[in-house]
Design a binder for this molecule. Structure first.
Ligand code: ATP
Length: 455
């Protein structure tokens, strides 16, 4: 694939992802997940939760609120430092990230605010304004009285909710260091140049885990989490060649970070771009919240009597960027393979999603619309849908129906034919091998459970 276009079009056509507020002309950089998209994204989030919380003894979960005490952002450094350098074109008024403009010309961004930069507008060649710092946090207000004191922010990252609950969680779950807290939730950034579909949006979802440790274990723990996160993407089917690590240079590190690595995915048309991050945040966050809240956030090791402010190793994944990566990675155009004449197309799309991520696990296809077949198919489906997402489709030729399911990544299609009424068997067709197997209806549930490796 040369660009994101085939996936953007498939996403809309098949109901994975729509432009937000489309009937009003759309709201730029905001997207809605349709019937299949919400299943896929939920499966991605569930898979992450399973690996990060369910399968581990040392990580617990949290769901903290989006709106937080405004002092949080003063303490975290976001009010002062969560800014991007911005320039406007004086001629066409288009807005640009100054650092991106310089980087694209091979110049290391080293400008000072309120200074001109060595670039012109890439669109119209117009002169650019001086660089201004632009804070990416969305401001809103709480309560009915406008003005100072009521201003709050939509969180630009989910992790602050974890830091503010460090004591609550440690005390209520009787956790000793090292332990982690995981959370999935929305974050908001007023990005200057959003775009490339769901890769960069102003509202997005993060899957973050904060691991609290003794500072002396930082290096070892950091390496472990790097491997854990990379393995997760590989385990869920991202091709090795599509992934790589990238270390942040010292002058690129966020204000809180001691060390940072990205896991990058090769997004078609964009090249390798950040999919997830692993950060050593040192004791920055807890020290700052201790300072601003006046609460003691140090940890006392009762065995060694050591007292220290824990270091934090953060793993930060974007649910939207991950969902997009899984879609792109799974997309394959193949020569026609669906058989019968009227359904022949030169190219067919197969979405080779990991079965655990596929939005629909099993499709039920009665060979004809005759009542006895419809009835039997619905009865079988009623049993299977107790355990997983299913779909019923009786329109069009069987080849066309297989193709529809291949295109949305459904691993198994169950065809019910007239013989099924007699021999009480159905045909199960595998998306990847296209092998067809006759399976006794009474054993279908167990057969599919085993194939789908249910969690
Ligand atoms: P970038 O350099 O691409 O702006 P970042 O370094 O600011 O990303 P982090 O602050 O490390 O990103 O956020 C953690 C994760 O959240 C990212 O790896 C990405 O998956 C996701 N993310 C961040 N910003 C966005 C966005 N605007 N739209 C969608 N996902 C995002």
């Amino acid at each position: 694939m040369e660009s994101l276009d085939p996936i953007v079009s498939l996403a809309k056509r098949r109901g994975f992802i729509f432009q937000s507020s489309e009937i009003y002309g759309g709201l730029s950089s905001c997207y809605d997940y349709g019937p299949l998209g919400v299943e896929l994204k939920n499966n991605v989030k569930r898979a992450w939760w399973k690996a990060m919380v369910q399968d581990r003894d040392d990580v617990v979960g949290l769901d903290s609120s989006i709106l937080m005490h405004p002092t949080t952002w003063e303490a975290s450094g976001h009010l002062a430092g969560f800014t991007d350098p911005l320039v406007d074109c004086k001629k066409c008024k288009k807005r640009w990230r100054a650092d991106h403009l310089l980087e694209s010309k091979g110049i290391k961004p080293d400008f000072r605010p309120d200074q001109p930069i060595e670039a012109v507008c890439p669109d119209c060649g117009g002169e650019l304004t001086d660089v201004r710092k632009f804070n990416l946090m969305f401001k809103t207000q709480m309560g009915v009285i406008e003005g100072e004191g009521s201003e709050i922010y939509l969180r630009p990252e989910t992790c602050q909710g974890i830091y503010l609950n460090f004591l609550n969680i440690m005390q209520s779950s009787r956790k000793k260091l090292p332990f982690g807290v995981a959370q999935i939730g929305k974050a908001f950034r007023n990005e200057i140049t959003p775009g490339n579909f769901t890769f960069r949006t102003r509202e997005f979802e993060q899957m973050e885990q904060q691991y609290f440790i003794n500072p002396k274990d930082a290096k070892k723990t950091f390496e472990e989490w790097k491997e854990v996160r990379m393995r997760w993407y590989l385990d869920y089917g991202i091709k090795k060649d599509n992934l790589r690590f990238r270390e942040h240079a010292k002058d690129e590190l966020a204000h809180y970070a001691k060390e940072a690595w990205d896991i990058e995915f090769n997004y078609p048309g964009l090249g390798f771009k950040e999919l997830a991050g692993i950060h050593n945040r040192g004791d920055w966050d807890l020290s700052q919240h201790e300072k601003f809240s006046g609460q003691n956030l140090k940890y006392k090791d009762l065995e060694t009597n050591e007292e220290y402010t824990p270091y934090i190793i953060e793993t930060s994944d974007g649910a939207d960027r991950a969902t997009l990566a899984f879609l792109l990675n799974a997309y394959e155009e193949v020569e026609t393979r669906s058989g019968d004449e009227d359904s022949k197309h030169e190219k067919e799309v197969v979405l080779r999603l990991d079965k655990r991520l596929a939005p629909i696990k099993v499709a039920f296809l009665p060979l004809s619309k005759k009542e006895p077949l419809q009835k039997l198919t619905s009865e079988i489906q009623a049993e299977v849908r107790k355990n997983c997402m299913t779909q019923y489709d009786e329109t069009g030729s069987i080849g066309k129906r297989y193709r529809r399911q291949d295109e949305i990544g459904t691993p198994y299609c169950v065809t019910v034919d007239f013989e099924s009424l007699e021999d009480k068997k159905v045909t199960v067709r595998d998306r990847d091998t296209m092998k067809q197997e006759r399976v006794v209806i009474a054993e279908l549930g167990d057969y599919l459970d085993e194939k789908l490796e249910k969690a």
